[in-house]
Design a protein around this ligand. Structure first.
Ligand SMILES: CC(C)(COP(=O)(O)OP(=O)(O)OC[C@H]1O[C@@H](n2cnc3c(N)ncnc32)[C@H](O)[C@@H]1OP(=O)(O)O)[C@@H](O)C(=O)NCCC(=O)NCCS
Length: 298
């Protein structure tokens, strides 16, 4: 009888249990997102946990094999993100399973998320509708001093705590949903520049540590020129280091500025919604979100 064991063993059944993301050590969540090549640091997970809620899928010995989070704003709306299943589990139904657990918690709310290419089929099967492409622009920032500087109408200055209420109002107009708690919390971790016309805040951009460097967002403005007025100082501050901006803008002065400042398009995701659609604000006519807070947060 040949007792030589085979070099491989096929294991096609194992069970997982659902857990609250709160109870999981940050380094295990960090390892989980690293396994799919995501740049989140342990601190980024911590920030998201403080902002939202989530589930993890755990194996028999407590390893994190799946995650899904949601971030509620008001009574009627939530964003969904950090939906990850471990590579060895993918296409076996774990993504669907996690999303259905999330649905139980966000029942009755309009939902918005940003879907990677890998996830589009999953979300389509759950009736999410594609709305807009998000351009993930990133690289080593370099502010080009040549060319005509942005035509700034108003005064640009650093934002302080007294400006938070105005930022919340602008963000709500651009995003379509009021996100007071998120803006307050982002502000604590961010540097911010605002464009003031008289005493009125008319555009702003926050920038905070994230992933491989810093991320600029949210950025809210009525025009490319105003958006550039508040983003430029962040690019100057981080010149020579890694900077990222996630934007829906695919052309115009703002998009051109990003690629000329060392941040070409690295990847795209698609904003999808379930329930009320993400109302597209007519270009140039009113406040719009020029850069997302992040793909997870919207
Ligand atoms: C996206 C992701 C969460 C999907 O998880 P999953 O566990 O593979 O999802 P499921 O097994 O539940 O699949 C759900 C549906 O998508 C299909 N599907 C999933 N991956 C697929 C693939 N690579 N090719 C074809 N179909 C695929 C499944 O067949 C299923 O379709 P159905 O509903 O018509 O039966 C997982 O691939 C992942 O973590 N990717 C890396 C991180 C990422 O991009 N996350 C998404 C953030 S928005």
């Amino acid at each position: 009888m040949d007792l030589k064991p085979s070099g491989s063993l096929k294991i096609d059944t194992f069970s997982m249990r659902i857990g609250d993301i709160e109870g999981v050590e940050l380094d295990r969540l960090h390892a989980h997102s690293l396994a799919v090549g995501w740049p989140h640091r342990a601190e980024d997970w911590q920030f998201l946990r403080e902002m939202g809620h989530g589930f993890v899928a755990l194996d028999e010995i407590g390893r994190v094999l799946g995650s899904a989070m949601w971030f509620a704003h008001g009574a009627d709306f939530a964003t969904v993100g950090m939906v990850i299943t471990s590579p060895r589990l993918q296409t076996l139904g774990a993504g669907q399973w996690l999303m259905k657990r999330v649905f139980e918690k966000v029942a009755g709310r309009d939902l918005r998320l940003n879907a990677t290419r890998a996830a589009r089929r999953l979300y389509l099967s759950l009736d999410f509708q594609p709305e807009k492409t998000v351009y993930q622009c990133q690289g080593v920032a370099s502010l080009q001093m040549t060319g005509r500087p942005a035509n700034i109408r108003g005064d640009v200055r650093s934002l302080g705590e007294n400006d938070i209420a105005a930022m919340i109002a602008l963000d709500a107009a651009g995003f379509g949903v009021r996100r007071a708690a998120l803006i307050e919390k982002l502000f604590v971790h961010s540097a911010g520049y605002g464009l003031f016309k008289g005493h009125t805040l008319s555009a702003f951009a926050l920038c905070r540590p994230f992933g491989r460097g810093h991320v600029v967002g949210p950025v809210v403005a009525v025009s490319d020129a105003d958006a550039l007025a508040v983003v430029r100082p962040h690019v100057a501050d981080h010149s020579g280091s890694f900077l990222r901006i996630d934007t829906h803008m695919d052309n115009g002065e703002f998009a051109a500025f990003l690629s000329h400042s060392g941040m070409p398009v690295f990847d795209t995701v698609v904003t999808m919604s379930l329930g009320k659609r993400f109302a597209a604000v007519p270009y140039g006519s009113s406040l719009r979100t020029y850069a997302l807070a992040s793909q997870t947060l919207g």
